[in-house]
Write a protein that binds this ligand. Structure first.
Ligand code: F6P
Length: 544
């Protein structure tokens, strides 16, 4: 079944929200007026607490946002998503990354065929492989235990696995993970510089097995490997993950070393599939399963909770409120743990490749904003980098603050300082500092009235900057699975409401085609393709 295709701007709730957006939302006043604001605007689901009370909303706005979800037919859309309807219509595919983590009783079907059995058989193959590599049962061509694993892939075949491997570094087994993604030869050679071909396992991950960067890198790596080993040794040190089995075989990889992917899983949502093999090897199969279980818990919460208590739905609606009604252009993701340093880059692809669209599901150009710009860095580093602009700049930047109750290594002195910053920042962003407060502070410091007058405007903080606090018990494979699944569903909900197709990426395809033509122009004596004069001159300069 197709998703409903109606422009959201025609919904009654959209029009109500437009008129509500003209009101002033003063967070300090809203908190003073409603002592139960935290209780009304927070959701707790097992080990995750989401406090969205520091957002520029009141009861009326929240209720209209919930109506917007109803008018957009979100309930039915969620059903279609989980049941394997071909909601990626421009590619004629289902969108079933959720099936990769679902238990048997929640399993889905594609074209009338249940997928659970297939998914489990690939998962078992992955786990066996990871266990054998970690125990040393599966050895390199040189008969040695692997010490390093290198994931060669780009986009969804890199960002998700890399983000998770980084996030779960605490849980790592003794095999060191590496990631080669950029077609920049320096990236490849810099990585290889530290590796021993006798003890390095290479995972070539490419859903299409036709991505220029990945194949170029894989060939370079194989050439490097063949300086120490023979073609027959490739089968021991190289495996591939792909839907394109024949292309993998042409590359020379043994059939039994191929882990299949599915066309009903988008690259940017594929970390739960065999594309996550580097995760299973790096943190072990048990932790990989916990990651899947956490994601499934969030899937269930999303599928079954009423919208007002539904974490992904609420986050998506808040994003729409800022993006479409309050004029925000971006949102920041600030995890207060260094382990999540790759979360923002991962979410950039997940969100911006999905919802960076300007044509609606009926093929018409939209006349409203769609996908937001996602960015961020861990706190407290980000406080010393870009927080000035969030506090006192001219832009509205709603931010997610992600914190944990417990640290992993148990250093509570550091953790308390870290979390003090987490709490203090959201409070400061909301409360700001008034003229009176600044005046009193400067007076206490002994400044003259004239000095105070001069400094005052620069030291005032307007405040009223919106934040959402996500407070999670501990960073575990399970809680991480939940967190990532939560953001995946947020992206889905926003795409449904914006009436766009979130699961294709035609814009990226254009760049790929053009790069191939341009490469021919670089490698031949003359420039054959028609370019604008700027590009032609740049090419000539490069070639000279
Ligand atoms: O960037 C475009 C894209 O198609 C992504 O969607 C995908 O994650 C990436 O390229 C890599 O594709 P593949 O896994 O097919 O090599």
């Amino acid at each position: 079944m197709s998703l409903q295709s109606l422009p959201p701007v025609n919904f009654k709730s959209w029009k109500e929200l437009e008129s509500l957006s003209k009101h002033k939302f003063e967070l300090n006043a809203l908190f003073n007026a409603n002592p139960k604001r935290f209780q009304e605007f927070s959701i707790q689901n097992e080990d995750i607490l989401v406090d969205f009370s520091k957002n520029l909303i009141d009861e009326e706005v929240f209720s209209q946002l919930l109506k917007l979800a109803e008018e957009a037919d979100l309930k039915k859309s969620i059903k279609s998503y989980f049941e394997g309807d071909k909601i990626n219509e421009t590619e004629g595919r289902a969108v079933l990354h959720t099936a990769l983590r679902s238990s048997e009783n929640n399993s889905a079907t594609v074209d009338g065929k249940e997928v659970y059995t297939d998914v489990q058989s690939v998962l078992t193959k992955m786990k066996t492989f990871a266990d054998q590599v970690n125990s040393g049962e599966r050895k390199s061509y040189a008969g040695k235990k692997f010490t390093d694993v290198v994931n060669i892939g780009i986009g969804g075949s890199d960002l998700g696995p890399q983000m998770i491997v980084d996030a779960l570094a605490y849980y790592q087994e003794d095999i060191k993970p590496h990631f080669i993604s950029n077609v920049d030869g320096d990236h490849v050679l810099e990585t290889l510089k530290h590796l021993n071909p006798e003890t390095t396992l290479f995972l070539i991950v490419s859903k299409s097995f036709s991505t220029q960067e990945t194949l170029t890198n894989a060939n370079t790596v194989r050439d490097w490997f063949l300086k120490s080993a023979t073609q027959a040794d490739v089968k021991d040190n190289f495996v591939a993950v792909s839907t394109n089995i024949s292309a993998v075989e042409d590359f020379g990889i043994d059939t039994e070393n191929i882990f299949p992917m599915y066309d009903w899983v988008g690259g940017r949502f594929s970390l739960w599939s065999a594309a996550g093999l580097s995760i299973a090897v790096s943190v072990g199969s048990g932790n990989f399963q916990d990651l899947l279980d956490g994601a499934e818990d969030m899937d269930q919460h999303f599928k079954t909770s009423e919208f007002e208590h539904n974490i992904p739905v609420v986050l998506a609606l808040l994003g729409i409120w800022y993006n479409n009604f309050l004029g925000a252009e971006s949102e920041a993701i600030i995890p207060y743990t260094q382990y999540l340093q790759k979360l923002a880059p991962y979410l950039q692809q997940a969100s911006m490749e999905s919802n960076g669209k300007s044509v609606d599901r009926a093929g018409n150009k939209v006349n409203y904003q769609t996908g937001t710009i996602v960015w961020g860095e861990p706190g407290t580093n980000s406080q010393h980098a870009f927080f000035q602009l969030i506090h006192q700049g001219t832009k509205l930047i709603p931010s997610d603050f992600i914190g944990f109750k417990k640290s992993l290594h148990g250093n509570s002195k550091h953790h308390d300082i870290l979390m003090a910053n987490y709490f203090a920042q959201t409070e400061a962003l909301m409360k700001g500092k008034s003229e009176d407060e600044v005046h009193a502070e400067l007076e206490n410091q002994g400044l003259s009235p004239e000095e105070i007058q001069n400094l005052l405007p620069f030291k005032v903080f307007e405040g009223n900057k919106p934040t959402t606090s996500l407070l999670i018990d501990t960073l575990t494979p399970k809680s991480l699975g939940k967190l990532v699944s939560m953001y995946e569903h947020k992206i889905f909900v926003q795409g449904v409401i914006w009436n766009i197709f979130s699961y294709d990426q035609w814009g990226v395809e254009l760049g790929k085609q053009l790069a191939e033509n341009t490469l021919r122009d670089i490698q031949s004596d003359t420039i054959e393709n028609q370019h604008d004069s700027s590009t032609t001159e740049l090419l000539n300069y490069y070639k000279s």
